[in-house]
Design a protein around this ligand. Sequence first.
Ligand code: ADP
Length: 251
Amino acid sequence: MIEVENLTVAYNGLKQQNTALQNVSLTVPQGTVCAVIGPSGCGKSTLLKVVAGLIKDYKGEVRINGGAVSPKKLRIGFMPQNYGLLPWQTVADNIRLASRIKDGWTEAKAAKMAALCQKLGLEDLLARYPQELSGGQQQRVSLARVFLLEPDILLMDEPFSALDAITREEMQDVFRDLWEAAGITTILVTHYVEEALYLGQQIVLMSANPGTVAEVMENKWQGSRSWKSSQEFFVKGQELRSKIKAMGAGA
Ligand code: ADP
């Protein structure tokens, strides 16, 4: 479970302090996906960085599974927009690295990696380097790496935004299947309303200047393919898009 209470973060600018987040509170129950959406500059990345333990200078409370944010004690899976793969390492080494550092390499890990690679269609790509892969393939490697790590929490910063529309939808399904099997508590930052509606059990709508939580929506249809193709899904998408546009930026 991730709990954020009255989180306020200010960056020190050259002339003045810039309040990126102001009194942001949210709770992500164990084993659920919270999709965070809002206009550019509303503090989505800042929120992820605080929960990941990368920003330590803040006011308020952040707890993961009831304790402090401690990247040493916890496994925090982070998926950045650009996939975060090391260009000088092969696909296989990229997938293994974080897991090997945390746990050492075991037969069980090797078996799990083989199963993940089979599921993600990566078996024939293991000896390649990241630059020899398409965006969708790099994304699959990034997913294999993070699910092999079996993190306590997963933080995703617009993970599918660099992909074309068809590949993005495909990867949303791949993520959904992996997540459903693993049930990892996840914060997914996205600027695609359909992605939030498809993947988030909870949708947190943020507004900017300063970044605050404007609305929290429960989404009981999360992950359902029939919901994704329903008229209601389309209508909800339009509603959400209008709300974000009314805040001054497109989504
Ligand atoms: P989002 O991810 O929603 O686009 P960010 O968290 O990146 O928003 O940024 C929130 C606010 O904080 C913005 O106004 C941005 O300009 C500001 N900001 C982000 N990073 C820095 C930084 N390193 N120094 C100063 N201001 C920053």
